[in-house]
Design a protein around this ligand. Sequence first.
Ligand code: ATP
Length: 688
Amino acid sequence: MKPWMKADEEAPPPSPGLGGSAIRCREVCRSYGELKVLSNLNLTVPQGQIYGLLGPSGCGKTTLLKCIVGTLKISRGHISVLGKPPAFPGHQVPGRMVGYMPQDLALYNEFTISDTLTFFGRIHGLSSTDTQARMDFLVDFLDLPQKSKLVRNLSGGQKRRVSLGAALLQNPQLLILDEPTVGVDPVLRAKIWQHLVEIVKTGKVSVVITTHYIEEARQANVVGLMRNGRLLAEGHPETMMKQHNAPTLEKAFLQLCETSDQVGSKHSTSPLGGVLESSQSFESGRDESLPILGAGSGPVEELPKYSADWKVRVRHVMPKWRNIAALIIKTTVRMKRMPGSLCFQFLLPVIQISLMCLCIGGDPKGIQVAVVNNETSSSSYSQSLLSFLDNSSVQQVNLSHAEAFAGAYNGEYWAVIGFGKNFTSYLTKRMIQRQVSKEVVDGGSVHVWLDLTSKLSLHAHWEENIKLTISLCPVSQFEEPIYGSMNSDFTTFVTPGAVLSITFYLAVGLTALSFVIERKEGLMDRCWVAGVSSLETVLAHLISQLFVISIQVILLLLLMLLVFKIPNEGSLVLVIALIGLQGVTGISFGLVISSAIDDEQNANQAALGIFYPNLIVSGIIWPVECIPYPLRYISLALPQTYASEALRCIMYRGWGLSRMMVWRGFAVTLGWNTFFVILAIVILKLRT
Ligand SMILES: Nc1ncnc2c1ncn2[C@@H]1O[C@H](COP(=O)(O)OP(=O)(O)OP(=O)(O)O)[C@@H](O)[C@H]1O
């Protein structure tokens, strides 16, 4: 046994397939919605042989291979691979017993050739010496460029060879190769076939290979001809050619197709109607040297019963740290190779929170207000009232009545404030006398005409300013606040919620897309076939993104507390923990999106579509108390409503976990987190 062939501790001894077959498919059916792709397909791959799976484009070859490696579930029938159904507890298919080269390239573009092979080596549990030895052999054998070359810089053919190398890496007992020779020059194609012929000679390795070059399949021990989701025939290539009196395998295949069409049309015109019955296989009790045209099903076979010890079942669902570590290293290497994107990820929340603190909630400045003061005396009460107005935000322009209104109608002034000429004396009368005439009330009032068509919040601000100044100042006094400071503004209210929201959505964005892209490029399937489970994928992603989130949170807090001087009366540890947990909730929500949605555009739309309603309804911008009732219940159930309140309580009231409003924020965040993680794992599991 070669060094790299050492079985790892969990690997069972090589299991001979059922009755000497590496793969047995019986009455296998698989549909995509209404489209029936595989129908009652029977196929047998003998142990220690090369099986060439041939058929026109779209006949279902890739679908069949995906069912064999376990990335697709069959709707009916039975498949056994190396003795057990794929994904059976304790079975290493998917796992190191199978090497799979999918039709898509399924390679990480930011990886070098060496990174790619090292990554799969780690997942298969190869030691670094074994991986290195295998890598050297494969680079030489597959005529690959330097190991340090990035996959993204390779040619199409070179990428396919790296993909083939990843499938051959751990010397698996079963090789499933989906069109490995596409884009490969004839010399190397011959070399690949020669290698396959070599490795099956030991009798321990079996190979299933699909190819468009029908003639190269003559080197296979058995070829299966597939059409319309069925196997037309299965047998030795030479025998097949002989039987059809054809000089080439391609011609034999054409004849088989014609014969099958004739049989099909006869069936369709016969009273019985219908298409071909289930295809017969190589092993269905016939002379193996004869190819079989699929008509009539073979003898009914007793299916073996499979069982697994509970310990094996538990070990099967438990995550393997080896795989998680390999996935984390993979993400770290990819991040290192994209420093620009990493910096952007770190800077984005900083930019967002800076913009928010600078542009939202500040006091308005330089609002021009026309003042028509008909009182002339400098000791009048109107003068002193006007001096109370906050002159940094309200710029008073003294004008005549006509000029003030002309200016306001022209949009130059946002309001006109008017005082009658007897304002001071009438106001004094209003305060002293119990009953006064309407004229006194009118003359002793400040008259305010507002332009309410634009910048309403600013109006609200200075309208409040005027009201307070004019009506309350003489009689009320605001004492030191119980919590917060006199200088608290809208920014102070909005910052905790905004920080949580920014952290949550950046995490959603990052996760939702990365998974969708990995699935689209076939990387997830490839990792799954290598033995990585959904749980391991989710955990590895959570852990590696946690690193990004930690840096984001540190930068956010530094900026918020030191630059924008947002007060924090409470525990910094609680603040960091709550923001970090919201980030993790964002990652888990992103995982749900990416598990359920296949397309980047739709995943983007889902993430963005949820952002705005959540921001508004979670009481981040405006208090929850202003939300009408049925909607308020929804608001309270959202991930950020209680969390924002908790963060405000920690930061501005200095409260700790003993307060219900604080622990409730943590509890709701953890609850959502758990729910999203479980949902993502379930969806991923259901979809593979
Ligand atoms: N995810 C999918 N959803 C819906 N239909 C699909 C999906 N994948 C494949 N199909 C359809 O199933 C049929 C069989 O596809 P499959 O990829 O298995 O064919 P194939 O024989 O491998 O073709 P090729 O040689 O061109 O790769 C095709 O009609 C294809 O359009």
